[in-house]
Every structure is written in structure tokens, then in C-alpha cells.
Write a protein that binds this ligand. Structure first.
Ligand code: 5GP
Ligand code: MN
Ligand code: MN
Length: 325
């Protein structure tokens, strides 16, 4: 398609005419926010944009302008394939293993650099934060709707600017998005805080089952909890974000999926890195927030994961003792 000669995402995006954007399965606010932020900005620059998401947009994020343009499968050809907020290729869901990705824009320390052009910033709080900084620098417009989507991505990935990786730069980028028309309190309410009746009752099952062993907390969400409460998503309704503010060293959530798999989420207090553990289980993430999708029953996965997580905690305690902390 002639775009191989460009050696930066900026040039590739500037010269492409039809751009396809993908993100990760079980999309979160950063996945949707960065997809819409980039997609609407490229449209405003006159590009033909396809935003593809096999899982569709989770109900709580459908208020974002432009989200109805996100479709489940591609209908047209594209010149350029861009993947956002995904640390590896399988995470996109549905792309063949040998798929040629042109541009990979992400902030996961575990990113495998699977594309021809990789723009990975592990210090960025969200993929949306990278786009908030780079889109204007690359010469693309950033108007109210795109800015709102990007701010939603930043707010959700930082749980409202309170994860340990939050920087003053993230706040400056958020302020810039507000200057472009994004409504912070409204995005905070709609993208982060507002929960449906079904979601809160679904949480109830997970909260009821919370267990602990020393500093390790864990709980389970089963498929039957979805049926019992009418909660439709295959995600955890953000329960793990709430559990991340409990008094523990590490909290693990086991979220039973269809097809004999379990989605595991880890959250850790500052100083404990769970990203490498997630990679060991075929997943990825950040030092303080990581996940993996593991085949097996909840009971099998729980035993393996808790054993490995307890070992990580023992190693972390040894390490801090020998550092005299
Ligand atoms: P969560 O547990 O909220 O789904 O995800 C926490 C972090 O880990 C996110 O940054 C997410 O992108 C990453 N993550 C979660 N699940 C997976 C997975 O199955 N594979 C990879 N590579 N990363 C994951
Ligand atoms: Mn994400
Ligand atoms: Mn992200």
C-alpha cells in the first residue's frame, strides 16, 4: 500500500487514507476512549476511519460521542491497521497470529512490540494520555468529542487520578483536554462512578466471597452470578478497582468466563510488581495492575494463581527485609 516507507506513526497516519483502529477484548475506558479519540480526530482530518471491536462498546461507555460508529467487524478494506492499548496481538481478539499490524500505540510495560511501528510509553498513565499529547504534535485536530473520549480514557485508567503512576503531566494533559471542551465532572460521573443496579448486585456476590490470607485478598465472580443479577457484561463491572482500595498487599479477582476460561485480575500496593506474574500466566499489564485469561476451571486456576501470588509476596517481603525496610 506504499505506506511501508514511512517510519513514524505520525507519517503513516498522515499519508493513509483508510485507517482501521482496533483495541483489546473486554474493552475498558482507555480502550474505548483512545479508539474514539484517535478515530474522531482522524475523521476531522478527513480520513476514512473504521473502528472495530468484536465485543462491542460496554453499556456504561455508550454515552461517549461517536461510540455508535464502533462496529463489531470490518466491512471495508483499509490501508493502515492501528492497534491501541494492547500489550500483545492475541489481546486484540480475532486477529490472526501472523496479522501485519502497522502501528501499535500503548502504555503497557509488557508490550511485545508486535507491529511495524511501535509507540510504547510505559510511563504514560493511559494510551489516551499518549494520544492527548501526540495528536496535536502530529498535526491532527483535537476537538471537544475526541478530547472527551481521551479524558474518559485517562480518568478510567487512573481511577480518577489516584493510581500510583499518576503524574503532574497526566494532570496537565487532562487540563488541556478540558480546555478543548471536555467536561471533567460529567465524564468522572458517567465513565467512572455511575453503576447500574445489576452491576452493584453483581459486585455483591464478589464482595460476599472475599477471602484473605495474610496480605493477600481474593474473590470470585461466577457465570451464575451474571444470570442471578442480569449483569450482561463479560467483565467484572470494575469490582477490582474498588477492591484495589482495600487494605492488602495484593488483591486477585477470578472472573469465570464462558468456554472454560478464567479472567484473572491482580492489583498490588506500591512496591509490589504483579506485571511479570501476569506475563507468566500468558497475560500482561502494569506493575500495580495486571491481568491474564487462563484456561481451566475456577478451582484449578485459583490454586495455581494463588500459589504463585503467595510466592511473589514472600519474595517481596524477603527483598524488603534485606533492604532494611
Ligand atoms: P484488568 O485486570 O483490569 O483487566 O487489567 C489490568 C491491566 O492488565 C490492564 O492494563 C490490562 O490491559 C492488562 N491485562 C488484563 N488482562 C490481560 C490479558 O489477558 N493479556 C494482557 N496482555 N494484558 C492484560
Ligand atoms: Mn485497557
Ligand atoms: Mn490503558
Amino acid at each position: 500500500n506504499g505506506l511501508e516507507r514511512y517510519d513514524s506513526p505520525a507519517q503513516a497516519l498522515q499519508h493513509a487514507r483508510r485507517i482501521r483502529i482496533l483495541t483489546h477484548i473486554r474493552p475498558d475506558g482507555d480502550a474505548i476512549g483512545s479508539m474514539l479519540g484517535l478515530g474522531l480526530s482522524l475523521q476531522a482530518a478527513g480520513k476514512q476511519v473504521q473502528m472495530i471491536l468484536p465485543d462491542g462498546v460496554p453499556a456504561p461507555l455508550r454515552f461517549l460521542p461517536g461510540s455508535s460508529q464502533i462496529v463489531r467487524s470490518a466491512a471495508e478494506e483499509a490501508d493502515l491497521l492501528v492497534v491501541l492499548d494492547s500489550s500483545d496481538l492475541p489481546r486484540t481478539g480475532g486477529l490472526p497470529e501472523n496479522a501485519q499490524v502497522d502501528v501499535n500505540i500503548d502504555h503497557h510495560i509488557t508490550n511485545t512490540r508486535f507491529a511495524r511501528l511501535n509507540w510504547v510509553e510505559p510511563d504514560a498513565v493511559a494510551t489516551a494520555a499518549i494520544l492527548a499529547e501526540q495528536l496535536p504534535a502530529w498535526g491532527f485536530p483535537l476537538e471537544k468529542d475526541a478530547a472527551s473520549a481521551l479524558l474518559a480514557g485517562i480518568i478510567t485508567d487512573t481511577i480518577g487520578f489516584r493510581t500510583s503512576n499518576t503524574t503532574s503531566k497526566a494532570l496537565r494533559l487532562a487540563a488541556d483536554l478540558m480546555d478543548r471542551g471536555a467536561d471533567l465532572p460529567e465524564l468522572y460521573r458517567a465513565a467512572l462512578l455511575l453503576k447500574s443496579f445489576e452491576a452493584v448486585r453483581f459486585w455483591g456476590f464478589g464482595l460476599e466471597r472475599l477471602q484473605r490470607k495474610n496480605g493477600l485478598f481474593w474473590t470470585v465472580l461466577y457465570q451464575q452470578d451474571r444470570e442471578a443479577t442480569g449483569y450482561n457484561g463479560n467483565d467484572d463491572a470494575d469490582l477490582i478497582n474498588f477492591l484495589s482500595s482495600t487494605e492488602c498487599d495484593i488483591v486477585v479477582l477470578f472472573n469465570e468466563q464462558k468456554e472454560g476460561k478464567v479472567k484473572v485480575s491482580w492489583r498490588s500496593r506500591p512496591g509490589i510488581d504483579v506485571s511479570a506474574l501476569a506475563v507468566q500466566f500468558g497475560g500482561g499489564g502494569h506493575p500495580a495492575a495486571a491481568g491474564a485469561e487462563i484456561p481451566g476451571t475456577v478451582e484449578e486456576v485459583r490454586q495455581q494463581v494463588l500459589a504463585a501470588t503467595e510466592q511473589l509476596l514472600r519474595d517481596a517481603r524477603e527483598m524488603s527485609k534485606s533492604n532494611g525496610q
